[in-house]
Each structure stands twice: as structure tokens, then as C-alpha cells.
Design a protein around this ligand. Sequence first.
Ligand code: NAD
Ligand code: LMR
Length: 336
Amino acid sequence: MAKPIKKIAVTGGAGQIAYNLLFRIASGEMLGFDQPIALHILELPDAMKALEGVKMELEDCAFPLLKEIKIGSDPKEIFKGVHVALLVGAKPRGPGMERGDLLNDNGKIFVEQGRALNDVADPDVKVLVVGNPCNTNCLIAMSNAPRIPRKNFHAMTRLDQNRASYQLAEKSGNPVDSVTNVLIWGNHSSTQVPDFLNAKIKGKPAVEVIKDTQWLENDFINSVQKRGAAIIAARGKSSAASAANGAIDAIKAIFTPTKPGEWFSSGVYSAGNPYGIDENLFFSFPCRSKGDGTYEVIPNVPWNDFLKGKIKLTEKELIEERELVTNKLGVEKIHG
Ligand code: NAD
Ligand code: LMR
């Protein structure tokens, strides 16, 4: 018997990430090749004409799993009953900017969309925030959606994890699928901490395979932290195909059982976290899933002094971003 349809919302439907994302979702790559879906796509009124063109192209693919396409600019219409929401639509940064500089312009989008999800989405909707600065935007969305479990919100750090995996594979001369347990701690920003200490290559600690500590502590970390900026410098636009790929991997990770002994990175709500990180942030931690859309944060992944110092810096940055929106945009000060 055919599975019931899953409704998937994507915002920023006429943008460059969405153009690389919608077709892959519709083909079945994200939720499985036996899962019928409906796409609910949100855009600003000014971009509706372009979105109509995207809809025509989706139709012209004749995807067997794609049962319905709904487009519009009212989040309360588009988010009705959705089971998964990919919040992509937001301004991208330009050259010379940090992602946090977007908070003023983008933060308010997540107030409106958090409220709309709260009011009309499926009560167990899983939400992935891609629009930058994604960790703090995710905090804003969650804070405005008290009806939805906090554990259902994710800020995307999967692209960073994929970038780190590639760097370790290339440096060690091994295929990328021999690299496991790669992990990003903290913010999706230039303070993020790509963890080489716990990464493995062909099941062995990466630090035993790549013995070049200088490279691991400097070039590796810097290249992953600054990869987004390097792409903007090269392309004149921020990453789009790799970002869409990261979003698909991020959702797949919570709907696929995590292999024993492995983990994936996701920016998740830090309340009750086992690492002593401030309890009111979206922080990227090692996570595992049973494959039912839920996850748990894996405890006891060790830090050395080098990692600890860097993790404290990314935590500090997230606290500073939160301060900018506390008592605004629906984010309340949480005491204790
Ligand atoms: P884009 O400018 O090509 O597209 C964004 C689209 O969103 C536009 O079509 C715009 O009209 C739409 N939009 C803006 N506000 C909206 C709203 N309130 N509701 C619905 N749609 C809205 O940008 P892009 O390259 O697709 O990037 C989108 C966001 O994703 C940016 O903030 C970018 O920085 C971020 N991003 C995050 C990651 C990550 O790893 N987390 C990676 C890449 C890009
Ligand atoms: C990325 O990491 O590629 C995105 O967050 C876009 C950016 O601004 O770097």
C-alpha cells in the first residue's frame, strides 16, 4: 500500500538554493523513493512570477512521487499541515560580510515563519533553518513556535561537515566515504569548530592517518571555517548546489538510522546538553538518530585543550548573537 503523502515546505522558492533543492526533493532523494510528497513553496510577492516558472519546470519533470505543488506568499497558507519545513528564504551575504551581519535583515523573517508554523503546521513538523545566520534564526523561529517541540528545530551545519569530510579525504589521499565521525561544533560561521580529533579515516583516528598537526590545527580548520567566503569570492554568489545537498543530507540524517559508532552534526537546541554549553542556543553537536525523525546528542565525545578553547569562542559568538535579539523578535531571556 502506498505511504501517505508527506507535505514539505520550502521557503525562498525562486532563489538559487531552492533551484538546486526542489528537484532533488521531488525526485525522492530526501525522504525516500517510495515516499509520495507534496511541495508547498513560499516566496515574496515580487518573486512569485519567477516561482511560477520553477513550478512549471517541476511539472515538466513528471516526477512520479510529486503529487501536488502549492505556491504562495502567505506562510499561513503554505505551512498548513506541513511535516517538514526547509526555511531557506533569506538574504545571502556578500563579499566582506560575516553571516551574523544578516541578523538585522533576516531575523524578522523567522518571527513570522515561526508563528505561522506554530499556528498551522503539523504539530510534529521537523524544521531545518538554512537562511543565515542560521543558528540564531533557528532560535528566533523556535522561540515563536511554542506549540512545536524544541527538539524538532535544526540549524544547518551539515554543509560544513561535508566540507570537512572532503578536506580530510583529499589530504589523506583516501575516498571521501572512508572518512567518518566528522563533526562541527557550534555556530555556522567563521568561528565554527571542525573537529579533527574525533574524525576517522578508514576506521582509524584521522590524526594517526594525517600526522601533520600543523595542517590539522591551521589549514584544515581555516579552510572549512572560511569555505563559504571562498565560494562567494570565486562565484560572486554564495554556495547553492552544495548548500542544497547539505539540506538534503541534514533531513536524511534524521530519517535514517545512524550507523553504530557514528554521528552527524546538526545545530540543535542546547537545553540539557551534556557538554556544559549555554542552555539557550542552537549549537552544533554530535547527534544520532533512530531514523524516526528524532535525534539525541551523543555525550562524551572528548575535547583536548585546543578544541576546548575554540569551542568556547564559538559559544561566545552565539551568545553575542542572541544578545542582539533578546527581548526582541520573540526571544526571551532565559534565567538560570
Ligand atoms: P537567494 O537570494 O538566491 O534566494 C533567497 C530567496 O528567498 C529569494 O528568492 C527571496 O525572494 C526569498 N525570500 C526572502 N525573504 C523571504 C521570505 N520572508 N519568505 C519567503 N521567501 C523569501 O539566496 P540563496 O543563495 O538561496 O540563500 C538563501 C539563504 O541561505 C541565505 O541567507 C544564505 O546565506 C543561506 N545559506 C545558508 C547555508 C548554510 O549552510 N546554512 C548555506 C548557503 C546559504
Ligand atoms: C555557506 O557556508 O556557504 C553559506 O553560509 C553562505 C555564506 O554566506 O557563506
